[in-house]
Ligand binder design. Structure first.
Ligand code: C2E
Ligand code: MG
Ligand code: MG
Length: 702
C-alpha cells in the first residue's frame, strides 16, 4: 500500500461518533487550525474539525472511527504509536510528521497534543500545524528578505533604489539617511527634484537615464552632492534592474562618501609636489614642469638656477628658525616674480631655487635674472630687530641651444651658477661651452691633487720673506704652497686652493704645509717667524689648536715663532667658532694676522672682534697706491689705524722701489714682495724644483 492512505471512504466512522465527539467537533470547528480528537489507548479518531477534513481531503465521517495512526505514513506509524499516547513527549520533541492525504499527498505537520477526558475514556486532542514545502518556501522567502534587509541596512555606503520610470525613491538604507540627513519615510515616494536643487537633480536624473539605457553597471567618480553638512564627493555605482519582461523597473545605486579620501589624496599629491616649508613647487614638480615645456618645444625656454649667497651664514649664526623664516620670505619674492613673469618657480632644496620661463633670447633671460637677484637682495625684516641681508647668484641655461632634456639643462645652469659665484657673488651668468671644460678641468685637478697629497709628491712649500721696512731684516717668512702637476706643470695656488677648499682636501693640505713650515722654520738661523695661511674651511671646527699643537710638538718649534694668516672671509662663516679657534691659538702663544685687508669686506667690526697681531694690506692697493690717490688713502688709513691699535701693518706685493717709497711714506711697518724677495723652496727641495722647472710640459694647452 506504500504511502497510500489506510483510510477507506466507507463511512465506518458513523457508528463510532460519540456525543462526546460531537461536542468536540462543535468546538473545534470554530478554529481554522486543523484539529482532531482520538482515544488515547486505541488511537481511534472520535472527532475532526472541518479544517482538518479539508486539509486531508476527507469527509468527516470517513475519518471518524479510524486510527489516527492511519494518517501517518507507514514508516512512521510505529513511532507515532509510541509517542502519540503521551502529549508531553510529542510537544517537547517538536517533531515533524509526514501525514497522508486522501489523494496520497504527504503533508508535513507538527502536532500539538493535549489530554482531555471524555466521559470515562481518555482522549487526546491534537492541533495540526501544516509544514508543507510551500509554506516552508514562503517562510524561507520571508527569512531571506529579513536577512537581505539587514545586509542592505548594515552596508556603510548609501544604498538607494529608485523607480526607473518616474524616478521616485523606493528604498534607502541607514547610511543613506545619515548622508542625506533625511528619514527614509520622508524620502520614499519622492524624486530628486523634490529633494535637491534643480541643477543637481537634473544631473542625477540624466545620469540615471543613461544608466538605465546602457543596461550595465556605471561608476561615477567624485560625484558632488549637496547635503546639509556641505558638499560631499561620492563614488556612485548605478545599475538598472529590469522586471520579468526585461523592461526597466528599478535603478539601484550604491554611493560611497569619498570626500575624505579625495582630500587625503589631494593632500598627498600636494606633499609630493610642494615643498613643506615654503609651499613652492618642489624638485619633482620642477622636473615635471620643465620636461613638459621642453616636450612642447614651442618657445625658447630659459632655466634660471638661483642660489642664495650667505644663507648658510644666517642659518649658522642666527639659528634654523630665522633661517626658515628667511626662506619663507625668499619664497614670497619668488612667487611675486613668478606672477609678474609667468614663470614657474620651485625650490630645488636648501637655498637653491629655479625659475623656468619662456623668453626670446639669452639677454632677456639674463635681465630677468638680474631683476630677480636685485629683488632677492633687498633686506628682509624677519621679526622685530631681525633684519637680514643676503644676496643671490644665478646660472642660466636655454633650450634648445644648451640642451633638450631637463637634466642636461639643469646641469648646465648649475655650471653657469658656479661661474657666477666664482666671479663674485650676486651675478647672473649664461651657460657657455667653456664652463663645461672648466668643470672637467676642476674635477681632474681635484683627482690629481688628492693623489699628490697622498704620495706627497711634487708638493712643496716655498717661503717668502716679510721684512721690517726700516731695518730690512726678515721678521717672518710666509709659507706658500707650490704644486707641480706632471701634465700641467706648476699649477697656481689661486687655481687649486679653491678646489681643495670645495672638497675635504684643504684639511690635508693645511696639515701638510703647517708641518713642513714648522720643520723649515726650525732650521732658520735668523729665527724669523713662519707665517702659515689658513683657509676659512679649516677654521671654526674646533680642531685647529690640536693640529697646530701637534705640528709644533713634532717639529719642536716654539709657538712664538708661528704666525697664522686668515682672511676676513673666515670671520664671515661661523664667526663665533672661528674666534674661539683663534683665541685658543693666541692662548698657546701663536700670533694671528689678518690677510688681504682692503679687499672684501674690510669691516672695522672684524678688527674689533679679535686683537690681530698684524694687518696685511692687499697687494692690489699697494700696486695702485703710487698712481691713485684713493688707493694711497686706503693704505694710509689702514696704516694709521694699525698704529693706533698697536697692530703692525704689512704692505703686500711690493714690486718696485716706487711702491716701496710710497708704502713707507704712508706709514706701513713691514713689506713683502718681489722687490724684497720671491718665494723660494727650502734648500733640500731646490734641486728637485729646478729639475721640474726644466721638465717639458706634457700638456701644452693645460
Ligand atoms: P696670500 O696669502 O696673500 O699670499 C701672497 C701672495 O702674493 C702669494 O701668491 C705670493 O707669491 C704673492 N706675492 C708676493 N709678493 C708679490 C709681488 O710682489 N707681486 C705679486 N704679483 N705677487 C706677490 P701665491 O703664492 O700665488 O698664493 C696665492 C694665495 O694662495 C695666497 O695669498 C693664499 O691666500 C693662498 N695660499 C698660498 N699658500 C697657501 C697655503 O698653504 N694654504 C692656504 N690656505 N692658502 C694658501
Ligand atoms: Mg697670506
Ligand atoms: Mg695676502
Amino acid at each position: 500500500m506504500g504511502k497510500q492512505s489506510a483510510i477507506t471512504a466507507d463511512g465506518a466512522g458513523r457508528d463510532v461518533r460519540t456525543r462526546c465527539g460531537e461536542k468536540f467537533e462543535a468546538f473545534l470547528d470554530l478554529t481554522p487550525t486543523p484539529a482532531w480528537v482520538y482515544e488515547a489507548d486505541t488511537f481511534t479518531l472520535v472527532a475532526a474539525n472541518e479544517a482538518a477534513c479539508s486539509l486531508y481531503g476527507y469527509r468527516r465521517e470517513d475519518l471518524l472511527g479510524v486510527s489516527v495512526l492511519d494518517l501517518c505514513i507507514e514508516e512512521e506509524r510505529e513511532l507515532a504509536g509510541q509517542r502519540m499516547t503521551d502529549p508531553d513527549q510529542v510537544n517537547a520533541a517538536k517533531e515533524i510528521w509526514s501525514t497522508l492525504c486522501s489523494d496520497g499527498r504527504i503533508i508535513k505537520v507538527m502536532m500539538f497534543l493535549r489530554r482531555v477526558s471524555c466521559g470515562s475514556s481518555h482522549c487526546i486532542i491534537a492541533c495540526v500545524i501544516d509544514f508543507t514545502e510551500q509554506k516552508n518556501a514562503s517562510l524561507e522567502l520571508k527569512r531571506t528578505k529579513i536577512f537581505l534587509d539587514a545586509v542592505v541596512e548594515s552596508i556603510p555606503s548609501m544604498v538607494f533604489v529608485k523607480d526607473a520610470v518616474d524616478g521616485r525613491f523606493v528604498l534607502l538604507n541607514e547610511a543613506g539617511e545619515n548622508l542625506l540627513q533625511i528619514k527614509r519615510q520622508e524620502l520614499i515616494g519622492r524624486t530628486d527634484f523634490d529633494l535637491f536643487d534643480p541643477e543637481e537633480a537634473e544631473r542625477f536624473r540624466t545620469a540615471d537615464r543613461e544608466v538605465v539605457a546602457l543596461g550595465k553597471l556605471v561608476t561615477i567618480d567624485k560625484e558632488p552632492l549637496t547635503t546639509p553638512a556641505g558638499i560631499r564627493l561620492l563614488r556612485t555605482q548605478k545599475v538598472g534592474v529590469p522586471d520579468l519582461n526585461g523592461n526597466p523597473r528599478y535603478l539601484l545605486g550604491i554611493s560611497e562618501d569619498v570626500t575624505e579620501k579625495v582630500k587625503m589624496e589631494e593632500r598627498n599629491k600636494h606633499l609630493a609636489l610642494y615643498d613643506i616649508l615654503t609651499n613652492l613647487p618642489n624638485r619633482t614638480a620642477f622636473f615635471d614642469n620643465l620636461s613638459a615645456r621642453l616636450k612642447e618645444r614651442k618657445q625658447r625656454t630659459a632655466l634660471l638656477f638661483i642660489d642664495l649667497d650667505g644663507f648658510k651664514r644666517v642659518n649658522d649664526t642666527r639659528g634654523h628658525k630665522i633661517g626658515d623664516l628667511l626662506l619663507k620670505q625668499v619664497a614670497k619674492r619668488f612667487e611675486r616674480f613668478s606672477a609678474a613673469t609667468g614663470s614657474h618657480v620651485s625650490r630645488l632644496g636648501g637655498d637653491e631655487f629655479a625659475a623656468v620661463l619662456d623668453c626670446p633670447d639669452a639677454e632677456h633671460a639674463r635681465l630677468f635674472a638680474v631683476d630677480l637677484i636685485r629683488s632677492l637682495g633687498e633686506p628682509y625684516n624677519l621679526s622685530p630687530g631681525q633684519r637680514v641681508h643676503i644676496n643671490a647668484s644665478a646660472g642660466i641655461a636655454l633650450s634648445p641651444e644648451h640642451g633638450l632634456e631637463s637634466e642636461v639643462l639643469l646641469w648646465r645652469a648649475d655650471l653657469a651658477l658656479y661661474a657666477s659665484k666664482a666671479s663674485g657673488r650676486g651675478q647672473a651668468s649664461v651657460f657657455a661651452e667653456a664652463m663645461e671644460d672648466e668643470m672637467r678641468e676642476r674635477n681632474e685637478l681635484e683627482i690629481a691633487l688628492r693623489q699628490a697629497l697622498e704620495d706627497e709628491t711634487n708638493l712643496f712649500v716655498f717661503y717668502q720673506p716679510i721684512v721690517d721696512i726700516e731695518t730690512g731684516e726678515a721678521t717672518a717668512r710666509e709659507a706658500l704652497i707650490r704644486w707641480h702637476e706632471f701634465e700641467r706643470g706648476w699649477v697656481p695656488p689661486a687655481t687649486f686652493i679653491p678646489i681643495a677648499e670645495q672638497s675635504d682636501l684643504i684639511n690635508d693640505l693645511g696639515v701638510f704645509v703647517l708641518n713642513r713650515a714648522c720643520r723649515a722654520a726650525l732650521t732658520w738661523e735668523d729665527k724669523a717667524r713662519v707665517a702659515v695661511n689658513m683657509s676659512a674651511r679649516q677654521l671654526g671646527r674646533g680642531t685647529l689648536a690640536n693640529t697646530v699643537l701637534e705640528a709644533l710638538a713634532a717639529s719642536g718649534l716654539s709657538p712664538k715663532r708661528l704666525e697664522i694668516e686668515i682672511t676676513e672671509t673666515a670671520l664671515l662663516v661661523n664667526e663665533d667658532q672661528t674666534l674661539a679657534d683663534l683665541r685658543q691659538l693666541r692662548a698657546m702663544g701663536v700670533r694671528v694676522a689678518l690677510d688681504d685687508f682692503g679687499t672684501g669686506y674690510s669691516s672695522l667690526s672684524h678688527l674689533r672682534a679679535f686683537p690681530f697681531d698684524k694687518i696685511k694690506i692687499d697687494g692690489s692697493f699697494v700696486a695702485d697706491a703710487v698712481e691713485r690717490s684713493d688707493c694711497a688713502a686706503v693704505v694710509k688709513s689702514i696704516a694709521e689705524l694699525g698704529r693706533m691699535l698697536g697692530v703692525k701693518t704689512v704692505a703686500e706685493g711690493v714690486e718696485n722701489t716706487a711702491q716701496m717709497d710710497c708704502v713707507r711714506r704712508l706709514g706701513c711697518r713691514e713689506v713683502q714682495g718681489h722687490l724684497i724677495g720671491k718665494a723660494v723652496p727650502e734648500p733640500e727641495d731646490r734641486l728637485r724644483v729646478a729639475e721640474l722647472d726644466r721638465e717639458p710640459l706634457l700638456r701644452v694647452n693645460g
